[in-house]
Design a protein. Structure first.
Lengths: 229, 320
């Protein structure tokens, strides 16, 4: 098998299945009643944490590629990013159903009145609670990036514009960590750990941009020097 | 020979003094006496038989008219979902981290504005008290609730023994502090030791109890052994666990959660559906293990009839 086919037919399916393990375990524990006294808190925490972890995984792709020289790793980025969106959507969905729809007393979900009430109820929470606002922002960004993640969309937007849009992932990751930080009662040790990881991943890029910036500057100086001769 | 030599008793057969005088047995003895006075046990056997604790250290108790008739949560839920930061900040940590904690011997210091200052053994605290089953609703400030069959006695009873002076406006209580034995205290998450307090008339209210048991059994470590406060009309964090100090004070004490975030947690912390936590609504609650926040939260956690009078003329939005 060529390297290309190994990635496509072996490694990608393996990563795909691995990425589904947390969701499968959670579903299994939920069905078998193994989530303890407060299953909702457990589901909320775990889906939120996996969204953050997958965001960190996508941000780790470029550093991994640069440091290892294994260029093929870039081919996993879209899938891993979409899994961040997947877990983030589960996390938001749990909030919408178990918190917001429940607070309305579970009205019939098919009526337009319910949809309006639900939208108002979600908007009110987003407006009233800063930690929900930043979490929602993070999800909206992931949603936009997921919508534009197809090859067709890359072509339609053009590489440069697409890349500019997808730099929003940094904002999404920061918003995700802030959401986590603001959601805990007093113990910020875990959110702090995620903040450190994200900072390191972003610092890597800053170093990279500074270096390439310096190099292209040096190159242009070099060209000018040649032209001036 | 008429006088027989006593049979040899190997030292291993002699019950160790500490075990012989263990508080568990003492509690049972004290409670047993109380039971004989109290009489009937009939109604109680139900709750006790429902969820036998793994350790099986029974307490003799009598029922209380102050109990709710709502179905209690299971032993396993009550003992595996605990906000007890001294044993870890995640709710399932205390069950594991408190497993080897030995709440004995245990002493409680009484100080401040009272005639009978000093240090009491747990046995002294329990002497003469009648243990009652108090099945109470428990509402956590985080938005979940349970129904818990505590075993305890009125805090008022202990307070009377301490003979507080007229300057005693508040009771302040402190949790045991030893980072070696309570690993959660090694991290500066809260200012240790944990402190809570009640206004005198709240502390004297018949609903306010000191609990020593659960489901008719000795209180598990993760639930605040050996002695904890239970104030059912307030958010759970007011019900301080593993108490080692009771002080009668003139001024309102600063409770730990108010100290860490006074915009979110106040001194009174009465359950109030009309006053939101800044980060979530308190209008509804999840009665565990339900997944949904569909149960309406009641003012004073449904104990308004008994306790609303304590707060006449007070703006409970301001004194949250």
């Amino acid at each position: 098998m060529t390297a290309n086919r190994t990635v496509r037919w072996l490694l990608k399916p393996v990563v795909f299945i691995l990425a589904l393990v947390p969701a499968s375990l959670l579903t299994h524990h939920l069905i078998t009643g193994n989530l303890g006294a407060d299953p909702l808190a457990e589901i909320t925490n775990r889906t939120g944490l996996w969204a953050l972890r997958f965001l960190a995984f996508t941000l780790a792709i470029t550093p991994l590629r640069r440091l290892s020289g294994w260029n093929e790793v870039i081919r996993f980025r879209r899938m891993i990013g979409l899994f961040a969106f997947f877990y983030g959507s589960l996390h938001l969905g749990v909030f919408v159903i178990a918190d917001r729809l429940a607070s309305l007393g579970f009205p019939s979900p098919v009526s337009s009145q319910t949809i309006r009430d639900l939208a108002v109820s979600i908007a009110t929470e987003v407006y009233k609670r800063p930690y929900i606002a930043v979490g929602f922002t993070s999800w909206l960004i992931m949603f936009a990036l997921a919508l534009t993640s197809t090859t067709g969309m890359i072509r339609r937007l053009g590489g440069r514009r697409w890349q500019a849009l997808h730099r929003l992932v940094y904002v999404g990751a920061v918003a995700g960590v802030v959401h986590y930080w603001w959601s805990v009662k007093a113990d910020v040790r875990d959110p702090r750990m995620y903040a450190v990881v994200m900072t390191v991943l972003m610092a890597f890029r800053i170093v990279l941009w500074m270096r390439t910036g310096a190099r292209s500057h040096a190159q242009s100086l070099g060209r000018r020097a040649v032209a001036g001769r | 020979m008429l006088i027989k030599r006593p049979a040899d008793i190997s030292s291993s057969e002699i019950t160790e003094k500490s075990i012989y005088f263990s508080r568990r047995k003492f509690i049972q003895a004290v409670a047993g006496t109380a039971l004989a006075t109290a009489g009937s046990l009939a109604a109680e056997t139900d709750v006790h038989a429902q969820q036998p604790a793994p350790h099986g250290r029974k307490l003799a108790t009598r029922p209380s008219p102050l109990s709710t008739t709502e179905a209690p949560n299971s032993w396993s839920h009550i003992t595996t979902y605990n906000n007890f930061y001294e044993f870890g900040t995640s709710l399932h940590e205390p069950a594991a981290n408190a497993r080897d904690f030995k709440p004995e011997p245990w002493t409680i210091t009484v100080e401040g504005e009272c005639a009978r200052k000093g240090t009491l053994d747990l046995e002294d605290v329990l002497r003469g008290e009648t243990l009652e089953d108090r099945i109470y609703r428990h509402r956590c400030v985080e938005g979940w609730s349970m129904v818990i069959p505590w075993v305890g006695f009125p805090l008022a009873s202990l307070i009377k023994k301490c003979e507080p002076t007229s300057r005693a406006n508040f009771v302040s209580m402190t949790t045991f502090y030893d980072p070696m034995r309570m690993p959660g205290q090694r991290a500066p998450v809260l200012t240790w030791p944990y402190v809570e307090g009640l206004r005198m008339n709240e502390a004297m209210h018949p609903l306010t109890i000191l609990a020593v048991g659960l489901y008719g059994e000795v209180l598990p470590n993760q639930n605040g052994a050996p002695l904890r406060l239970v104030v059912p009309w307030k958010y759970g964090f007011k019900s301080i666990k593993s108490i080692v100090k009771i002080a009668f004070v003139e001024k309102e004490p600063i409770n730990s959660w108010k100290r860490v975030a006074s915009n979110e947690y106040g001194f009174y912390a009465n359950v109030n559906p009309a006053v939101d936590h800044p980060r979530w609504s308190q209008a509804t609650e999840r009665r565990l293990p339900s997944l949904y926040k569909t149960m309406k939260t009641l003012p004073f956690n449904g104990y308004g009839e008994q306790v609303a009078g304590l707060y006449g003329g007070m703006d409970l939005r301001k004194f949250y």
